[in-house]
Write a protein that binds this ligand. Structure first.
Ligand code: NAP
Length: 337
């Protein structure tokens, strides 16, 4: 006797985060169980699970853990500490040991793990043309994601790795649950506060709308994909510096501001005195731009990309990145600032 097959059940860690909430908004036949930590995930309509990556059994009681493992077919592991500039020991319990616990759970459940890593790991690859400086503010974060990827590789469990670049709002509406570093920095530049923009020659401004990542991972699970590494980036299609500055000028004009685009300077020519002369907040923002630029340079200037494959294999829509970037800035100006 054949009954109606039950929908496959997917545990989503980090359901309250930017990526988690974007995934929860996407239509899918999968049954998503939203695992949240301290914040709620308003888009979750099914059962919610309180999960702590830093605790044994993900912070669940033994019975709940076992029952959950019995019903989960796949895990989207999106929870993590995403802030940059923290000491390495802050990332370890969540990004590395937390991933170890997710692997343990998946082994118990016989589930495939779909891991949200970062495209910035390209800067640590053996193929990196230049070594990332020790003091780069993204380094400890990237290293923790790199280490988590290694744990997955060594675990032998079926898994995929998605490596998104910096995400912006939804491709159609600009919606995001929370402002991201791209919107924050762009807003600062559009207010005319940046004295100059540190960027290495030739680097691409690679920003991807968050729903493209959500669609890709959900379609991968629907298609029962259990291996592969996917760079969720535009790569060589991404805006160059001039294209991104045109978006900023357009957005400033939309806000009624007469923006003089600040000069672009090579970060390697910046002197300590030049930086010391800046007000602390300006210095911090300049340092973010400089360090992100360095990450991209160490990734070869252009991030690796699986976008063509994501389109053909998972139906990820063809979206112009400059249009999506502008839409995202408009949404952020109207709703987040
Ligand atoms: N957003 C991006 O631009 C971007 C780009 C590249 C890669 N990624 C990767 O994509 C993933 C999701 O990013 P995101 O932007 O959604 O991050 P986010 O908005 O900072 O959300 C992080 C999520 O992790 C959860 N979390 C933190 N500590 C936890 C713990 N101890 N136990 C359980 N859950 C915990 C948070 O829950 P609470 O808030 O409730 O504590 C939150 O739901 C991350 O792994 C990140 O590395 C993101």
């Amino acid at each position: 006797m054949t009954g109606t097959p039950r929908p496959r059940t997917v545990l989503l860690t980090g359901a309250s985060g930017v990526v988690g909430r974007s995934i929860l908004r996407e239509p899918t036949a999968l049954r998503l169980l939203a695992a949240t930590h301290s914040a709620p995930a308003p888009e979750a309509d099914g059962r919610r699970i309180r999960c702590d990556l830093t605790a044994d059994r993900l912070g669940l009681e033994k019975e709940e853990y076992t029952a959950l493992a019995g019903e989960v077919d796949a895990v989207i592991h999106s929870a993590g500490l995403t802030e940059w500039g923290l000491p390495a020991e802050r990332y370890r319990p969540i990004n590395i040991e937390g991933t170890r616990r997710v692997i343990e759970f998946a082994r118990h459940a016989g589930a495939t793990v779909h891991f949200m890593s970062t495209a910035f790991v390209a800067a640590l690859a053996e193929t990196a043309p230049v070594a990332l400086s020790e003091g780069n503010m993204c380094r400890n974060y990237i290293s923790s994601k790199w280490e988590a990827e290694r744990l997955l590789r060594d675990s032998g469990i079926p898994h995929t790795v998605f490596r998104p670049t910096n995400l912006v709002g939804d491709s159609a509406t600009g919606w995001t649950s929370k402002g991201q570093i791209v919107q924050l920095m762009s807003d600062w530049i559009c207010r005319g506060r940046a004295p100059f923009l540190p960027a290495h020659a030739g680097i691409r401004m690679d920003f991807v709308p968050q729903d493209l990542l959500s669609k890709a991972v959900l379609r991968a699970i629907e298609q029962d994909v259990s291996e592969g590494e996917f760079w969720v980036t535009y790569g060589a299609e991404a805006m160059d510096m001039d294209a991104s500055l045109r978006v900023l000028a357009k957005h400033a004009a939309y806000l009624g501001r007469d923006l003089t685009i600040p000069p672009v300077v090579d970060p390697d020519t910046l002197t300590a005195e030049q930086l010391a002369g800046l007000r602390p907040m300006v210095r911090n923002y300049v340092a973010v731009l400089r360090d992100v630029s360095e990450v991209t340079r160490c990734s070869g200037g252009v991030l690796p990309s699986s976008m063509p494959e994501l389109r053909t294999r998972f139906g990820v829509p063809l979206v112009d990145d400059a249009t999506a970037y502008l839409r995202s800035l408009e949404y952020a100006s109207a709703h987040l600032s």
